[in-house]
Design a binder for this molecule. Structure first.
Ligand code: 13P
Ligand code: SF4
Length: 392
C-alpha cells in the first residue's frame, strides 16, 4: 500500500476553531495567543545557568513573582512566591523594580500593572498563560446582565464583587459600580463589606467561591443564591428569582478545581483511613462540604506545614503545589485528592525556556510580552483593588 501523505494545517481562527494552546490568536480569550519569542530549546542543558546569569545581570532592576501553581523549574527563580493576594501586594510594594516578571497567569499580570507605577513594566513570559475561569466573564455579557438589573429596578441594591481571577475589564466594571475585588484569602471579608453597602451581591466569575463563602461562612442558604447563566436569555432567571436572591452568582468555574468530585472524597477516605481532606474554595460546594478543611492556597500551605508528622492529607488544589508540599514534608503523607492528576495547563505555559527568553530579552534592552491595561480601565479597576487592599 502506498504511503498517503497529507499536509496538516493550523485550524483557522473562527468562533468554533479549536486553537492549540499558544498558537494563533483568539481575541475573545486570554489563551491561544502566539508567543513571539525565539525560545531556547527545552532540552538546552544550559537553561538554569542562563536564567541565573540573566537575573544576576539585571540585579535589582527585575523582580520575579511566582504563583504557587508554577512549575518547580520556574519557582526556583522567583524572588517571592505566593497566592494571588500576596503577589498583588508584593507587586504594589516594589516601586523600585523596573521590571516585574510575573510567573503566573494573565489576570495576575494585569493586576500587577494596575498596582505598579507607570514607569514599571510587567512581563508575562508566555502570553498564552491565560485563565479559563477569567474567560468565562466577558465585559459585554456582564454589562448586559447589569442592564437587566437596572430594568428590574434592583441595580442600586446590588454590590458587584469580582474574584481576582477575572480580567481587568471586569475589575474596571466592578470599580465603576462601587464594588470590590476579592481573593480566596479574603472573600468573607469582602462579602461582609459588600453586604454593609447593599442588600445583594453580584459575584463574578467563580460561582463556587461565591456560593461556598456565602453559605459556609456567611450563614446564607443555598436558596439565597441564584446562578446567572450568561448564555441564556435573562441569565436563565425570572424577575422574581432575581428580586428574591441575596447572591447572584455568575456561571463560571475553575476547570482544575472543578474536577474534584464527592466520589474523590469518598474514595480517598476509604483508601486512607483517618485522612484529612483539605480543599480550595474553588471546588464544588458538595466537595467543600465533605472536606475537613477549606482555604486559599496560602491557607493550604500553612495547614500542611503545621500538620503533625505521620498525619495524612488529601489535597484538592493544583498539582504543582501538592507535589511540592509532598516533597517538602516527607514525614507527612500528602497526596492529591483525585487519582487522575491534573495541572493547570495555562499556569504550566510558563516554563524555563519562556522565563530564560523573557529575562534575556530584558538584558538585551527589549521588553517582551509587556502587559498593559488602558488608563480608564486601570483607573476603575484600581478603585476596586484598593477597596480590597483596604478591607479590615
Ligand atoms: P489563589 O491564588 O487566590 O489561592 O487562587 C487560586 C487560583 O486558582 C489562582 O489561579
Ligand atoms: Fe484559572 Fe483555575 Fe488555572 Fe487558577 S487554577 S489559573 S483559576 S484555570
Amino acid at each position: 500500500m502506498g504511503l498517503v501523505t497529507s499536509t496538516w494545517t493550523e485550524p483557522s481562527n473562527t468562533a468554533t476553531a479549536l486553537l492549540l494552546l499558544g498558537r494563533g490568536t483568539d481575541p475573545a480569550s486570554e489563551r491561544g495567543v502566539d508567543c513571539p519569542g525565539d525560545l531556547p530549546a527545552p532540552s538546552d542543558p544550559g537553561l538554569v545557568e542562563r536564567a541565573r546569569a540573566a537575573k544576576a545581570a539585571l540585579g535589582t532592576r527585575v523582580f520575579v513573582l511566582g504563583h504557587h501553581y508554577q512549575r518547580d523549574e520556574v519557582i526556583q527563580f522567583a524572588d517571592v512566591t505566593g497566592d494571588s493576594f500576596k503577589l498583588a501586594k508584593e507587586a504594589a510594594a516594589r516601586p523600585d523594580a523596573e521590571f516585574i516578571v510575573f510567573c503566573g497567569v494573565h489576570f495576575m499580570a494585569e493586576s500587577a500593572d494596575i498596582l505598579t507605577s507607570p514607569a514599571q513594566r510587567v512581563v508575562l513570559p508566555d502570553l498564552a498563560a491565560g485563565c479559563s475561569m477569567a474567560d468565562m466573564a466577558v465585559l459585554g455579557q456582564v454589562e448586559t446582565a447589569w442592564e437587566q438589573f437596572e430594568d428590574l429596578g434592583i441595580a442600586d441594591q446590588i454590590v458587584p464583587v469580582t474574584y481576582m481571577n477575572s480580567s481587568a475589564d471586569i475589575k474596571g466594571f466592578v470599580g465603576r459600580n462601587k464594588g470590590v475585588v476579592c481573593t480566596s484569602s479574603n472573600a468573607k471579608r469582602a462579602l461582609d463589606w459588600a453586604f454593609e453597602q447593599g442588600s445583594k451581591v453580584f459575584f463574578l466569575p467563580d460561582q463556587h467561591l461565591g456560593r461556598n463563602t456565602a453559605v459556609l461562612e456567611m450563614g446564607l442558604t443555598l436558596d439565597d443564591c441564584v446562578l446567572y447563566d450568561p448564555h441564556k436569555p435573562n441569565g436563565g432567571l425570572t424577575a422574581e428569582q432575581l428580586r428574591d436572591a441575596k447572591m447572584i452568582l455568575w456561571r463560571g468555574h475553575c476547570s482544575v478545581h472543578g474536577r474534584f468530585t464527592i466520589e474523590s472524597v469518598r474514595e480517598v477516605r476509604e483508601r486512607v483511613p483517618g485522612v484529612n481532606v483539605l480543599v480550595h474554595p474553588e471546588c464544588r460546594h458538595e466537595v467543600v462540604r465533605a472536606a475537613d478543611q477549606v482555604g486559599s492556597t496560602e491557607y493550604i500551605i500553612k495547614a500542611l506545614e503545621a500538620a503533625p508528622a505521620g498525619s495524612a492529607w488529601a489535597v484538592g488544589t493544583e498539582l504543582n503545589l501538592v507535589r511540592r508540599m509532598a516533597l517538602a514534608h516527607p514525614d507527612k503523607q500528602i497526596m492529591f485528592l483525585d487519582r487522575a492528576v491534573c495541572y493547570c495547563s495555562t499556569m504550566n505555559r510558563i516554563d524555563l525556556p519562556h522565563l530564560v527568553w523573557a529575562l534575556e530579552e530584558l538584558v538585551a534592552g527589549r521588553v517582551p510580552n509587556q502587559i498593559t491595561v488602558d488608563g480608564d480601565t486601570a483607573h476603575h479597576a484600581r478603585v476596586a483593588l484598593d477597596q480590597m487592599l483596604a478591607l479590615p
